[in-house]
Design a protein around this ligand. Structure first.
Ligand SMILES: [Zn+2]
Length: 287
């Protein structure tokens, strides 16, 4: 029963059908990840449709930094994000006693499109502000890092909550593809490794060689649906049910029986994203 630790839902998706196929595939749960107001709405709708099975992450992904040039804009965005995480933006305006979201995400750095120095600095400021908010609220993060490993580690080091680091609940480096020195820097920061369908791709020999060396209590599987469908389903729109194929491949790399590996991935995800406090309920989206 693997747990999909990073997937996306769009408001136009047939969310009940995606969730019921995920349950039918034997998933123990999933983290529905946002990253923009639109993506957050999809995550919220999925979590509202399946309490105790689908959990939500809200945040501002690195591309959103492009229109946050002024520090006052950043403060306003952080206040709006905090209200959404706490449920204080619900129709009755009353915040529940603890966050309605399970995590902040996806957030991070993406230097893969030729971002100049100013754009990179805006991304770092947005990432750092959200890590500080996560520390204040005690929430883990789902982190995106592309072409920016060194800066990702530097911003994490400065802004992660020491408590979450100590408890290895800082979150996941989603779609982790290596290399080994990036992994070595992330372990002492309390981060876990989200292995996506990429681990099944023919071209991923280096990643497959690295997986057995990662700490077992830090291994997660994910789809990043609707992207990155795993072998043998490449070319199809990806969905959370497909995480089973990725989990099987990782189990084989670890030399573990599938039920043991699936239970490991699920326990790791729940330790990070589903704290054992009274179950959270998330109100349905506003009409
Ligand atoms: Zn994603």
């Amino acid at each position: 029963m693997p747990f999909d630790s990073h997937c996306h839902f769009e408001p136009g998706d047939d969310i009940p059908a995606l969730l019921s196929r995920a349950r039918a595939a034997g998933l123990s749960g999933l983290l529905a990840v946002g990253g923009s107001p639109e993506a957050d709405a999809g995550a919220r709708a999925a979590a509202a449709a399946a309490p105790g099975f689908a959990f939500a992450a809200f945040g501002l992904e690195p591309g959103m930094a492009a229109d946050i040039a002024d520090p006052r804009d950043l403060d306003a965005r952080m206040a709006a994000l905090e209200a959404a995480l706490l449920g204080a933006d619900s129709p009755d305006g009353r915040a529940p006693p603890r966050p309605i979201a399970a995590a902040i995400g996806e957030i991070g750095l993406d230097y893969s499109r030729g971002e100049d120095a100013a754009a990179r600095a805006r991304q770092r400021a947005l990432f750092a502000a959200q890590l500080r908010l996560a520390a204040r609220l005690g929430l883990p993060c789902s982190i995106h890092s592309r072409g920016a490993a060194e800066d990702t580690v530097a911003v994490l080091r400065e802004n992660l909550s020491p408590d979450l680091v100590r408890d290895a609940r800082a979150g996941s480096l989603h779609c982790f593809v290596g290399p080994a020195d990036f992994a070595a820097a992330l372990v002492p920061l309390g981060l876990s490794f989200g292995l996506s369908g990429i681990v099944t791709f023919r071209s991923a020999d280096a990643l497959r060689a690295l997986v057995p060396a990662l700490p077992r209590d830090r291994l997660l599987v994910e789809t990043d649906s609707p992207y990155l469908a795993p072998v043998p389903l490449r070319g199809h729109p990806c969905e959370p049910a497909f995480v089973v194929h990725t989990a099987r491949r990782v189990a084989a790399l670890l030399g573990l029986p599938e039920p043991d590996a699936f239970a490991l991935f699920s326990e790791n995800a729940r330790r990070i994203f589903v704290p054992p406090s009274p179950s959270k309920s998330i109100p349905p989206p506003r009409p």
